[in-house]
Ligand binder design. Structure first.
Ligand SMILES: Cc1cc2nc3c(=O)[nH]c(=O)nc-3n(C[C@H](O)[C@H](O)[C@H](O)COP(=O)(O)O)c2cc1C
Length: 327
């Protein structure tokens, strides 16, 4: 059975976490992942205090004992929603995009573990000074907002600077081989977003799920156009999403988008209402082309772990075979 320090730290059976994703997680998703031995994490971004309370309570009702988490985006944090997470006794607080210092101290005082996601090496000492319990190194391959460094560069740099604090790998991991690759690079486990969007439990639209399943190679773009559309600049990040008519028209065209903003905004609102994949933000990581099936989230956890274990066993057998043939 795969076991790393993150398992004991978080009280989970498998070194695999489902990333908090804005308002696209559901109690069914988070509870299924945690019940299967991973860590399910709610997104907190864009959710009111009342929604956070409801999510936590419904998740706890489905999942009486196992741990789960909730993410808060520090740069846009809703203080009351954060306080509600602590008051609800959420065991794991995930923080991203900002200095986790004051929030970590409050989470620890409430008895929660804290995981901070970083996208640049200079964020590591800041997170360590905050006293976080674990880090997520999110490569540019990641879906949603992600930075600019590839995971292959960011992960080893983060691990080297982490002073033994466990580091999870995020960005483009969609299968057991990706989990093994993360472990091989020294990560304590994987933090997976997009793969868990392709589950019946994920709270995204049917068209978005369909686009994930239909995506081929080189399907994503890392674009500033969505943040411009939404009127919310996000320094140090762009949105990784599946290419569609919107990204084809507006990626790299800030002046043209600014000139036509009201018309484009109205068209996107229409598309969101009609669930039209041509214009909506189909956020997904760079591994999306490898996702072919919608799988129940709990089964998916088991499959990813079983695949990873089978690969590790096969690799170990390769070493034995080499030893045998040379002896
Ligand atoms: C649709 C979507 C929404 C996301 N929302 C958030 C968020 O609210 N907060 C956050 O820290 N990360 C967010 N992320 C990033 C994830 O935490 C994680 O780093 C990423 O999904 C990993 O890459 P992958 O999608 O290729 O697995 C989001 C990712 C996706 C796909």
């Amino acid at each position: 059975m795969l076991h790393t320090p993150i398992c004991a730290l978080l009280g989970i059976r498998h070194p695999l976490c489902q990333a908090g994703m804005a308002n696209y997680t559901s109690p069914a998703l988070v509870a299924a992942v945690s019940a299967a031995g991973g860590l399910g994490v709610h997104g907190g971004l864009g959710r009111s205090t009342a929604e956070v309370q409801r999510l936590c309570r419904e998740t706890r009702a489905l999942l009486p004992t196992a741990p789960f988490g909730i993410n808060h985006v520090i740069d846009r944090i809703d203080e009351a929603a954060f306080a509600a997470s602590l008051a609800e006794g959420v065991p794991v607080i995930s923080l991203s995009w900002g200095d986790p210092g004051p929030w970590t101290a409050r989470a620890h005082a409430a008895g929660a573990r804290v995981i901070a996601q970083i996208t640049r090496p200079d964020e590591v000492p800041v997170a360590l000074a905050a006293g976080v319990d674990a880090l997520v190194a999110q490569g540019t391959e990641g879906g949603g907002h992600s930075g600019f460094l590839p995971l292959a560069e960011l992960l080893p740099t983060t691990i080297a600077a982490a002073n033994g604090v466990p580091v999870l790998a995020a960005g483009g991991i969609v299968d057991g081989a990706g989990l093994v690759a993360a472990l091989a690079r020294g990560a304590a486990g994987a933090w997976i977003g997009t793969r868990f969007l392709a589950t019946p439990e994920a709270a995204i639209s049917a068209a978005w799920k369909g686009a994930i399943l239909a995506a081929g190679t080189d399907a994503t773009v890392h674009t500033a156009a969505f943040d411009q559309l939404w009127g919310q600049p996000w320094p140090g990040a762009r949105v990784r999403a599946i290419r569609n008519d919107f990204t084809t028209a507006w990626d790299g065209q800030p002046d043209a988008l600014a000139a036509q903003h009201p018309t484009v905004q109205a068209a996107v609102w229409r598309a969101e209402r009609d669930d039209d994949p041509c214009l909506i933000a189909l956020m997904a990581g760079a591994g999306v082309g490898q996702i072919q099936t919608l799988r129940p989230a709990g089964a998916l956890v088991g499959e990813l772990v079983a695949e990873a274990e089978a690969i590790i066993a096969r690799l170990a057998a390769l070493i034995r075979a080499a030893g045998t043939s040379s002896g």
